[in-house]
Design a protein around this ligand. Structure first.
Ligand code: TEU
Ligand code: CA
Length: 532
């Protein structure tokens, strides 16, 4: 495997720096803190780390509103701290991905300040500007993900500008050659500093209908509250336009010419997400891999698990599997509860399922500790998205609370000061140091899984053959040459027995699983029949 292919089958650990470790006592995690805890990430068995934004920002969207791509926000440290982070990661054998917010900038970014000044300046067309309707209203009905219209009025130009997210996050026109050049320059800046890849934010939003036609009304009622509001229309014209891929191809050509870099895309949960992953990451696609929030929107039952298995089996796609991140309810609370309590069997099963899939993995900080979604009161919320949709939807802060490192230490080893968000309920008891001493802990389990994945060629690099089992059992086989591992999961509380064509029956306790090395046992394909 050439060095350029290091990312195949890799586990990417996501650090949300604000909440990882605070080293200067201001209650906010920083780059020095992230560096100090990289040994935890390496010991876990990760291959790479993705750092969420740490650039200069007014923090309206906690760093996803970048005001200077080439400088570190003083809250997080300095450029030297970023260099030290990269050097330490490399010394530990970890690759580094930084977040690249390609679709928009902060309204305080010099690019937008220039663009909004008048209609004739050199950056006048770097963003999407449009005249008002005759009644003074916005040019069309497009909505912002973060509530309200996707258009805001700019009195200096007497025009509206497009923003798919906050009004403080004007959307760039990535079709504009000067914008493309400016973005490639940013990518080059970070590649020159030694980063190995870029996580590309919200790529489904890069292209829209050039004629700015309104979206048609939606006929269906989507499940969750934000989707309900955002989903009042079908996103036919404001996003998912093929033109959006143009810049991604340019970026790929650019990174390939510089020795290669991993491009990890973030795909929205709009219908057809896995088809888009295939388009982005297949043979003609611009990216090596991409994840979607789509699985995180639904339950984890046999039907859902089988649909993930089928997606992981596709040879025309290279998905990255993420079950938690800073945008969504933590997986422990979403999929792993029994009678209102975290069920360690479910935590272990979901982790094993994820770790056994074909593709790449994203593991979000705290997921390895089995942290639950924190319950916050309205006045504790910081996320503008949560504040806008309260109380139907509580936003993303519940997944962004600080890491508990030490059960005994003040501030659970995260900070001496009051943290920027409170700790989640019971998170002190989940502290990393306590789990270090517990061989049955989620941390111990994750470590074992990720090392197993790394050391088992068919799990890291093999193909995936789905098995057709009756619910509540699901399973698949991973195959590479004459190596094969059978991965079986029981998604129920009751013990199940499985008779395979060859070999003894397999017993799966309630919420149990088996990862069976069948390399030597037999040359033919297993056909399993479930027996209750
Ligand atoms: O997320 C894009 C995206 O579509 C999400 O905003 C999602 O719809 C939302 O979080 C609801 O769960 C990326 C980043 O991951 C997110 O943190 C940013 O807020 C967003 O882009 C804007 O940059
Ligand atoms: Ca700090």
């Amino acid at each position: 495997m050439s060095d350029r292919n290091w990312w195949r089958g890799a586990t990417i650990y996501q650090i949300y720096p604000r909440s990882f470790l605070d080293t200067n006592g201001d209650g906010v995690g920083d780059l020095a803190g992230a560096t100090r805890r990289l040994d935890h990430v390496a010991a876990l068995g990760a291959d790479a780390v993705w750092l969420s934004p740490f650039y200069v920002s007014p923090m309206c969207d906690f760093g996803y509103d970048v005001a200077d791509h080439k400088a570190v926000d003083p809250l997080f440290g300095t450029l030297e701290d970023a260099d030290r982070f990269i050097a330490r990661a490399h010394a530990l054998g970890l690759r580094v991905l930084v977040d690249f917010v390609v679709g928009h900038v902060s309204d305080r970014h010099p690019w937008f300040r220039a663009s909004r000044a008048d209609r004739l300046n050199p950056k006048a067309d770097w963003f999407t500007w449009a005249d008002p309707q005759p009644d003074g209203g916005p040019p069309n009905n497009w909505l912002s993900v973060f509530s309200g219209p996707a258009w805001s009025w700019e009195p200096r130009r007497r025009q509206y500008y497009l923003h798919h997210f906050l009004a403080q996050q004007p959307s760039l026109d990535t079709r504009h050659p000067d914008v493309q050049a400016a973005l490639l320059d940013v990518a080059g800046f970070w590649l020159d500093r030694g980063v190995d890849g870029l996580r590309l934010d919200a790529i489904d939003f890069l292209g829209h209908d050039p004629a700015l036609r309104s979206n048609p009304a939606a006929g269906v009622d989507p499940g969750d509250a934000p989707a309900k509001l955002f989903g009042m229309q079908r996103h036919e014209n404001d996003m998912l336009h093929p033109e959006g891929e143009g810049f991604l191809h340019l970026l790929r050509t650019f990174t390939e010419a510089r020795g290669g870099a991993l491009l990890l895309g973030e795909v929205s949960s709009q219908p057809g997400a896995f088809g888009r992953i295939a388009a982005y990451t297949g043979p003609a696609g611009p990216l090596q891999t991409a994840y979607t929030l789509a699985p995180m929107r639904g339950p984890f039952d046999a039907q859902a698990a089988n649909s993930f298995i089928l997606e992981a089996a596709r040879t025309d796609s290279s998905p990255c599997w993420a079950f938690s991140n800073h945008d969504t309810m933590r997986v422990a609370s979403r999929w792993c509860m029994t009678d209102g309590k975290v069920d360690r069997r479910k935590l272990a099963l979901v982790a094993a399922f994820q770790a056994a899939l074909r593709g790449q993995l994203c593991v979000y900080q705290g997921e390895e500790l089995g942290l639950t979604e924190a319950e916050l009161t309205h006045d504790q919320l910081r996320d503008p998205f949560g504040i806008a949709f309260w109380p139907e939807f509580k936003g993303r802060d519940g997944s962004r609370t600080p890491m508990p490192w030490s059960a005994e230490e003040r501030g659970f080893g995260f900070s001496d000061a009051a943290p920027w968000l409170p700790f989640g309920q019971g998170h002190g008891g989940c502290a990393a140091d306590r789990q270090e001493r517990d061989p049955e802990s989620p941390l111990a389990h994750w470590r074992a899984l990720l090392h197993w994945r790394r050391d088992t060629p068919e799990i890291k690099h093999g193909s995936l053959a789905p098995m057709s089992l009756d619910a509540p059992l699901v399973g698949f086989e991973r195959v590479l040459g004459d190596r094969r591992t059978l991965c079986l999961f029981n998604l129920s509380d009751e013990r199940r027995t499985l008779s395979l064509e060859a070999g003894p029956a397999v017993i799966l306790p309630g919420w149990g699983f088996q990862l069976l090395d069948r390399s030597i046992a037999r040359p033919r394909r297993a056909r399993a029949v479930a027996v209750a």
